[in-house]
Design a protein around this ligand. Structure first.
Ligand SMILES: *[C@@H]1O[C@H](CO)[C@@H](O)[C@H](O)[C@H]1NC(C)=O
Ligand SMILES: *[C@@H]1O[C@H](CO)[C@@H](O)[C@H](O)[C@H]1NC(C)=O
Ligand SMILES: *[C@@H]1O[C@H](CO)[C@@H](O)[C@H](O)[C@H]1NC(C)=O
Length: 239
């Protein structure tokens, strides 16, 4: 709701000024290294997101390792206990594969790291993904030229699923952040001077979002059966 309001205000303003392409009303781009890389040093100068800023629903629009067989990845995160928003949070992805309409889910819990490491979590899967664990750390967040929210995060290598380390871009819109804003974020991440983050930021490419889930309900909760993650068995090839 809040984001629609911002989009409306921005587009009214753009209409009045009549130069939509020249104007960009984005929030300041503020980036940091994953706090586990530098013991939280670059977090000291980072704009810290308000608590719960990234709760709710997202579309993954760009990634350093876009999965070529995967499409329409949507993501939901809410606090496990609504009265404790800085505590553990749900980590629910849902997606389709190319050429198949089935919507798969993947669920785990993100537990906050040490208190100094804000917006940094230990992801641990549930059910058949119980041995899948990695660090998920927010590197950048804000709103793009159109007032649409984005979140850029780093995930460490997940040994159990052999998922490479990645930088991933989530947007409140299926279209993703505008190119100007995304380029600024990429350059700012590269300017941090860390070899791994530079490589991942440079490798960012589109993560396919097509019309395959248009009109389908959002996947915002995960019941006991969903939490077994067994729907992923056909994709994991017996892992
Ligand atoms: C889509 O995936 C489901 C679940 O794995 C499978 O049963 C079905 O045969 C697949 N359909 C196509 C068209 O490949
Ligand atoms: C994250 O937490 C889980 C469960 O407490 C633990 O087994 C795992 O080793 C931790 N992962 C990392 C990368 O620290
Ligand atoms: C990000 O993804 C969008 C489509 O999802 C694409 O148009 C754009 O070129 C991508 N940009 C980068 C830097 O990956």
């Amino acid at each position: 709701m809040f984001f629609k309001l911002i989009v409306l205000q921005a587009s009214v303003l753009l209409g009045l000024l009549g130069s939509a392409s020249a104007l960009c009303i984005a929030s300041p781009v503020s980036v940091r290294l994953p706090p586990t890389f530098d013991n939280g040093l670059s977090t000291l100068t980072w704009l810290i997101p308000p608590i719960g800023w990234d709760f709710g629903y997202w579309f993954q629009t760009n990634s350093s390792s876009p999965n070529t067989f995967q499409r329409n990845l949507q993501y939901s995160s809410v606090p496990l206990n609504p009265l404790h928003p800085i505590g553990p949070r749900t980590d629910l992805s849902s997606f389709q594969t190319v050429g198949n309409a089935t919507v798969y889910t993947s669920y785990g819990i993100d537990s906050p790291l040490a208190p100094g490491f804000v917006a940094a979590y230990n992801y641990t899967g549930t059910g058949i993904l119980g041995k899948a664990t990695d660090f998920l750390e927010v590197l950048a967040w804000g709103t793009d030229c159109h007032g649409v929210g984005y979140r850029v995060s780093h995930s460490t290598f997940t040994a159990f699923t052999q998922t490479p380390a990645s930088v991933d871009v989530l947007s409140r819109s299926k279209r993703g952040p505008d190119a100007t804003t995304l380029t600024k974020i990429q350059h700012a991440l590269i300017a941090l001077g860390n070899a791994e983050i530079t490589a991942l930021a440079s490798a960012l490419g589109p993560a396919l979002q097509d019309s395959g889930r248009d009109g389908l309900p959002r996947v915002e909760s995960c019941d006991d059966a969903c939490q077994t993650n067994e729907n992923l068995l056909p994709l994991l090839g017996g892992a």
